[in-house]
Ligand binder design. Structure first.
Ligand code: ZN
Ligand code: ZN
Length: 214
């Protein structure tokens, strides 16, 4: 897999520190399971985080030291989870959210053949979804209230910024308004995490927005 668009150091550090909402951690863990380069960087951040905590351990109370050691124990497991086997185009970290396979996904239509499935995550401020975009179809152009991470699982899309193929992650924030269009051919399937609601620019999608929770 030739991956061009990777995760930033900031995102990998926040992931290692377990500071991100579940939806974002899911996208990052999924990319890590597909990308040797980011996995190596992520492991370095895990090791760095553990070393920093050990340095500070002497100054800590007994309780916080125990909590700290618990954290160090759990960190490598995130990478171990990412290394579990994927199933077809579904990365291992995503499997649990789908009830085992892509066939279990309950898609809802968004219009023009585009479908989405919202995944169950624990946090209110961020949501995770699968998007199914038929070849040649577009996701309505939209802006973002916060961070959006989109990981391509199958096919490819293009928008105003670049082309994104399997394994690529697009990082968009409130400064980005874009219209992702799937390439002709196989449908593009993406895993996306968004902070806050998306802002659609066309009237109809905006009216439909509360209903579809996009
Ligand atoms: Zn990467
Ligand atoms: Zn977007």
């Amino acid at each position: 897999m030739k991956i061009k668009h990777h995760l930033s150091d900031e995102l990998l550090m926040a992931y290692a520190a377990a500071e991100l909402p579940e939806a974002f951690s899911l996208v990052i863990a999924s990319h890590l399971s597909m990308c040797d380069e980011c996995r190596a960087r992520s492991m370095a951040f895990d090791a760095l985080g553990g070393a920093v905590m050990e340095d500070h351990a002497v100054e800590m109370s007994e309780g916080s030291l125990a909590a700290c050691l618990d954290r160090i124990d759990t960190l490598p497991q995130a990478n171990a989870r990412a290394l579990r086997r994927s199933q077809g185009i579904v990365p291992a970290p995503l499997l649990d959210y789908l009830g085992g396979s892509l066939d279990q996904v309950k898609w809802r239509p968004l219009g023009l053949g585009v479908r989405q499935a919202i995944l169950r995550t624990s946090d209110k401020g961020a949501s995770a979804r699968l998007l199914y975009i038929p070849g040649g179809a577009a996701v309505p152009d939209h802006g973002h209230r916060g961070l959006e991470l989109t990981l391509v699982l199958q096919g490819a899309f293009r928008d105003e910024t670049d082309r994104f193929g399997p394994g690529d992650v697009e990082v968009a924030d409130s400064s980005v308004e874009h219209t992702p269009i799937a390439e002709e051919g196989a449908a593009c399937i993406c895993l996306a995490a968004t902070q806050g609601a998306l802002r659609f620019n066309a009237l109809l999608p905006r009216l439909a927005q509360p209903f579809f929770r996009i």
